[in-house]
Design a protein around this ligand. Structure first.
Ligand code: URA
Ligand code: SF4
Length: 179
């Protein structure tokens, strides 16, 4: 039987040849909020922790302001656990190869709310093909919790205040399920 700790030596896809660290995830197992991003970036690859760069700074500021939730109260992870070279999007074969680790994590945790950040995470978790503007802010019941898709914070960094406003509204949707 595989266990989650085996992921730290994983060579199931080619990203294993270019990564520095497997970025499995961080946070308490009892977290009520699970955050799922796309893939580690440079800072995450170096430090082994997800969302420690600029995207993470924005993400946790929004979570603090809209949900009054701190980083150490969430479980934070990504669809793909190793950094794609040059931060290219993960390929579908890499997402498929990495899937079991995310499934094991989701099995182990019992979050009330899962926030999927961007299309890669939303598609991986919900198995849908719709574009993000149809999916964001619409809660989907899954198991004993609910999935609330929103944009990736990198999109807000790129595109500015309009995306940030939409993310804040999506977080208010998530808030209803946390209280
Ligand atoms: N972007 C992500 O999707 N995940 C990270 O961990 C960092 C940046
Ligand atoms: Fe394994 Fe996932 Fe890393 Fe690929 S990305 S080597 S499947 S842990």
């Amino acid at each position: 039987m595989v266990s989650l700790s085996d992921a730290l030596q994983c060579t199931r896809c080619a990203l294993s040849t270019t990564r520095t660290t497997v970025v499995l995830g961080s946070g308490p197992r009892s977290a009520r909020l699970l955050l799922i991003g796309e893939a580690p970036g440079r800072h995450e690859d170096e430090g082994g922790e997800p969302f420690v760069g600029r995207s993470g700074q924005l993400l946790f500021r929004l979570l603090s302001e809209e949900l009054d939730v701190r980083r150490d109260e969430c479980f934070v992870t990504n669809v793909v656990k190793c950094r794609p070279p040059g931060n290219r999007p993960p390929r579908s074969n890499e997402i498929a190869a990495c899937r079991e680790w995310l499934d094991l994590q989701r099995h182990e945790l019992t979050p009330l709310v899962t926030l999927t950040l961007g299309l890669t995470a939303t598609r991986a978790v919900l198995g849908v093909r719709d574009p993000m503007d149809h999916l964001h802010g619409r809660p989907v019941e899954l198991g004993s919790g609910v999935v609330v898709p929103t944009y990736h914070p990198a999109a807000a960094l790129r595109q500015g205040p309009s995306v940030e406003r939409v993310m804040r509204a999506d977080l208010q949707v998530a808030r209803r399920f946390l209280s």
